[in-house]
Design a protein around this ligand. Sequence first.
Ligand code: HEC
Length: 111
Amino acid sequence: MIKLLLIFLSLTIFTLSSSDAAIYKGQRVFIKKCLKCHKGGQNFVSQYKMKKWKKLMKKKGRGLAKLHLKNPKAKKSWKYFKSSKFKKKSKHLKQFLIEYAKDSGNVPACN
Ligand code: HEC
């Protein structure tokens, strides 16, 4: 019974997230770019509220980029945060982060 429920749940989550292309794209960015340093995955995203993500991701993610660029511990991410790739994808990433923020009530299927 529980197994069935789990299958059902993951199917719903899968269809939900893949039907929304932007969020799906954002999730891929997150998995590819952020997960290697922020291992929490879904817990990492859901530890912040929507408001915090919105603020960090304003102006094509300037806040988020800045925060990393001034931290020597995040040096390996500098190239990415300075690149136009990050700016280009920041919109999708923002949607993903907000979608799965602490107060959104959603749970991502990214593991
Ligand atoms: C090279 C490793 C690295 C990568 C890649 C990276 N980060 Fe970070 N990030 C860090 C470090 C180091 C800190 C500072 C954490 C600390 O000082 O405890 C940080 C801090 C943060 C914070 C702030 C945490 C806080 O407490 O205020 C957020 C939010 C964040 N990162 C999100 C992201 C997102 C989203 C991505 C992907 C686009 C990403 N990071 C990619 C290393 C990385």
